[in-house]
Design a protein around this ligand. Structure first.
Ligand code: ATP
Ligand code: MG
Length: 361
C-alpha cells in the first residue's frame, strides 16, 4: 500500500511555534526522508470559515501567510503538494455522504470540539458547519487515501472519528477507504505547546503565540515577558518546572550542545531544572537562554521567508498547481465512493441491463 501523508492548518493567522513543534517540523523531516509516496499539505480555509463565516477577509489574507510559513520551514513544492481546501469541491460531496454515518451525539462527545465550542462562546448557538467539521476533516483525510497524519495532540479525537467513519463506510458499502494512523510528536512537550501566557495551548485564536515570522526583537520581548512559576518571586525561592512554560519550551527546543555554547555552567537541561527547583536561579537567566535557543531555530526560517516574500505571484501559482493536482486525486476517490455507494447510475451498465429486463425491454 502506498504511504501517503495528509495534514494541514487553518489560515486563521500566521503559523506559530506550536504548529512548528507539533507538526510542521516533523512534516519537513518526513518529506525529506523519502519514505512517503505522496505528501499533501492542505490550507484548510473552508474549515476556518466554519467559525469565521463573518470574516472571510481574514481567511483570504492568511492563505499567503500560511503558504509563506510552509515554504520558509522547508516544505518543498517539488516533494509536497500544497493546496487550498476550498478549491477541491469533491471534499464537500464526500462530507455530505459521510454525514449519514455519524450521529449527533457522537459529534457532541468529541472533546476537542467541546472545548473549542466553549472557547468561542458557541454554547448558545453553534454553527452547523462548525459542529460537523470533524466529518469534513474525515473527507479531507480519506480523499487523499492518507495512511499517516502528523498532527498535534488536539487532533487525536478527529483521527478517531475519521477511523470510525472509514470503518463504518467500508462495512456498509464494501472496502473502499483507507484507515489513517495519527503520528504524534515523540517529544512530550511538543504534543500541545502552551501559550506564552501559560494557557494550555498556544493558539492563534488565543493571542498567546510566538509566530515563526516574528522579528528577533518581538521574539525576545515575548520570551522575556513569559509566564513562569507565579510563586517564584525571589531568585533564592525554590521554583517549579512542571507546567512552567519556559521549561516546557526548553524541553521542546533546546539541545544539549547548546548549554556549552550559551550556558556553560550547566551540562544539560536536567541540571538547570534541578537548580531552579532548589532555588537560587532567576527567571531572567533561564529566559535569556531560551531566547538564544529559539533565535537559533527561528533565524534561518525568518531569512528564508524574506526570500519567498520577494515573489508572491509565484507562491500563488504554486498553490494553484497544488490545488489542481489535489483535485484530480480527490476526484478519483469520489468516483470510487460513488461506485461503492451505487450512485454511479449512468456508468453502471449492469444496472441499466437489469432494469431493462425488469421492464421487459
Ligand atoms: P485555531 O485557533 O484557528 O484553531 P490553531 O493555532 O489551533 O488555530 P490549527 O490550524 O487548528 O492551529 O492547527 C494546525 C496544526 O498544528 C494541527 O496539527 C494542530 O494539532 C497543531 N497545533 C496547533 N497548536 C498547537 C500547539 N499549541 N502545540 C502543538 N501542536 C499544535
Ligand atoms: Mg485549532
Amino acid at each position: 500500500m502506498a504511504k501517503i501523508i495528509l495534514t494541514g492548518d487553518r489560515p486563521t493567522g500566521r503559523l506559530h511555534v506550536g504548529h512548528y513543534v507539533g507538526s510542521l517540523k516533523r512534516r519537513v523531516e518526513l518529506q525529506n526522508s523519502g519514505k512517503f509516496d505522496k505528501i499533501f499539505i492542505m490550507i484548510a480555509d473552508a474549515q476556518a470559515l466554519t467559525d469565521n463565516a463573518d470574516n472571510p477577509e481574514k481567511i483570504r489574507q492568511n492563505i499567503i501567510e500560511v503558504a509563506l510559513d510552509y515554504l520558509s520551514c522547508g516544505l518543498d513544492p517539488a516533494k509536497s503538494t500544497m493546496f487550498v481546501q476550498s478549491q477541491i469541491a469533491e471534499l464537500c460531496e464526500l462530507s455530505f455522504y459521510y454525514m449519514n454515518l455519524v450521529t449527533v451525539s457522537r459529534l457532541q462527545r468529541n472533546p476537542t470540539v467541546k472545548s473549542e465550542i466553549q472557547m468561542r462562546n458557541f454554547e448558545a448557538s453553534i454553527p452547523v458547519g462548525f459542529f460537523t467539521y470533524p466529518i469534513s476533516q474525515a473527507a479531507d483525510i480519506t480523499a487523499f487515501r492518507a495512511t499517516t497524519v502528523p498532527v498535534g495532540e488536539d487532533q487525536l479525537p478527529m483521527l478517531e472519528q475519521t477511523r470510525e467513519i472509514v470503518r463504518k463506510f467500508n462495512a456498509v458499502y464494501g472496502e473502499t477507504l483507507i484507515e489513517p494512523d495519527i503520528l504524534l510528536p515523540e517529544n512530550q512537550a511538543c504534543l500541545r505547546l502552551p501559550g506564552i501566557d501559560g494557557k494550555a495551548k498556544m493558539s492563534k485564536s488565543l493571542n498567546n503565540c510566538i509566530y515563526l515570522s516574528d522579528t528577533e526583537e518581538e521574539v525576545r520581548k515575548k520570551i522575556m515577558s513569559m509566564f513562569t512559576d507565579p510563586n517564584h518571586l525571589r531568585v533564592e525561592d525554590p521554583g517549579c518546572v512542571d507546567g512552567n512554560p519556559v521549561f516546557i519550551y526548553l524541553d521542546a527546543f533546546s539541545r544539549e550542545e547548546q548549554f556549552a555554547e550559551y550556558l556553560p555552567d550547566y551540562q544539560n537541561l536536567d541540571e538547570l531544572k534541578e537548580h531552579y527547583k532548589r532555588g537560587g536561579l532567576g527567571d531572567v537567566k533561564v529566559k535569556k537562554f531560551l531566547n538564544a535557543v529559539m533565535q537559533e531555530e527561528l533565524a534561518p526560517i525568518r531569512a528564508r521567508r524574506k526570500e519567498f516574500e520577494k515573489d508572491i505571484p509565484e507562491v500563488y501559482r504554486m498553490l494553484k498547481k497544488g490545488s489542481d493536482e489535489a483535485r484530480e486525486v480527490a476526484a478519483q476517490t469520489l468516483r470510487d465512493v460513488r461506485a461503492a455507494m451505487k450512485i454511479n447510475y449512468f456508468e453502471d451498465e449492469e444496472l441499466i441491463r437489469m432494469q431493462s429486463e425488469h421492464f421487459g425491454g
